[in-house]
Design a protein around this ligand. Sequence first.
Ligand code: NAD
Length: 477
Amino acid sequence: MQLHYIANASVRSASERTLPVIDPSDGQVYDSIQRGTAEDVDAAVQAARHCYEKVWSKLSAAERGRLLMRLSMKVAEHADELAAIEQRDCGKPTRQAKADAAALARYFEFYAGACDKLHGDTLPYQEGYTVLTWREPHGVTGHVIPWNYPMQIFGRSVGGALAAGNACVVKPSEDACLSLLRVAQLAAEVGFPAGAINIVTGYGHEVGDALARHPGIDHISFTGSPSVGTIIQQVAAERHCPVTLELGGKSPQIVFADADLDQVLPTVINAIVQNAGQTCSAGSRLLVERSLYEPLLDRLGAAFSRLRVGPAAMDLDVGPLIRQTQQQRVWDFLSDAQVAGIPMVAQGQVVDEAPETGYYQAPTLLRDVPVSHRLAQEEVFGPVLAAMSFQDEDHAVELANATQFGLVAGVWTRDGARQLRMARRVRSGQVFINNYGAGGGVELPFGGVKSSGYGREKGFEALLGFTTLKTVAIKHG
Ligand code: NAD
């Protein structure tokens, strides 16, 4: 049985209730977590506040950086253990689980180095004044984390907040939190003071809601669905608590006729099948210039048919979806496609070894998806790619921008001027030209526009969001 982690100790919930932990590869229960309450959240916030005021805020930025670097090295030492935990909890193929553990170590490394580079400014003002700006931590930050990349999102969110000098209370997803409980223990082992990192597990409407409402939380970093993002924002607005929202996407891959197909094909496939399509920045729409549409779909269809899906430990192209309701969600989208007469180009294969009780979905390539259909508008969060063709650059931009989302876009063309025009005209937080995702991009600010959210995580930019700016004007004559 797993316990909350509060003030460097494993503790039971005040509710004395637990929730099951299910392995998505076979649908079987193999562990349990605490079903947290508002009381547990309050204990965690008090621990974080005490740490912030008495210990954490008194450390120099360099000392915080050293602790984060020690944690990065500890995570790297325990990478296989953490990857194995994440693999079973989330159903991640081995390569993905290992990449997530490596990314966690890298986030802590990046933010370790950033701690003592964060500084304010001196502003020109009237004669007889000196005006300074200081970057100060918010104090106690709350972090609500989804199930798709627990370690990576913890790394970028909590890593940035700690580096900026905050103490953290984390609410992981009820569907995937085991790796984070272990990381918090590792942090204590390398010397993080009690209360710097606290983790309360449980349901969103119980623990997450209590966290968003708690008057001791000075900033909320939320990563998850647009609908819950709206709730968090509304709850936080009642007490004017600042919020960063990292929400969903319906990101386009825009392929012009002059693109290098040998580069396009593997990247487009990876961008939709990675993590079984359960990635906020999944390239879930494929927009192709008309003259290339048929040849590209021929090659892509052949590649989709070869994709294999199976238990996480088999380390195939695709693992299971996180849970049965997610599998049902993908099935609903696919049956809507069938009803609408949307042609299926190809599907991968679920291997015979996959238990029937696991949550498997073969990657699916659909073509001629009408721009108004929900498959072209809503986040499926499964390995389903919706292809459509465009006539020219203006049409490509129109289609690319025709959803409520704006998280990431991929543009594939050898024409340099077009690359820059497209990067300007597509509305999204990130644009990748002739690549997609830039290998994870720990250093690169990440976040959305429109319903994909606001605020930025990753990179140095995230540190600014985890601070507040104080202006100090001194009149000295
Ligand atoms: P979700 O919104 O259902 O849950 C996210 C977190 O919010 C979980 O910890 C959940 O318990 C909690 N929660 C649920 N209801 C709550 C409430 N009323 N109050 C407070 N907290 C509550 O999302 P999910 O299904 O876990 O994750 C998938 C979604 O996350 C997708 O939409 C995906 O695009 C998005 N996502 C975005 C990014 C990004 O960086 N933009 C990254 C990963 C995932």
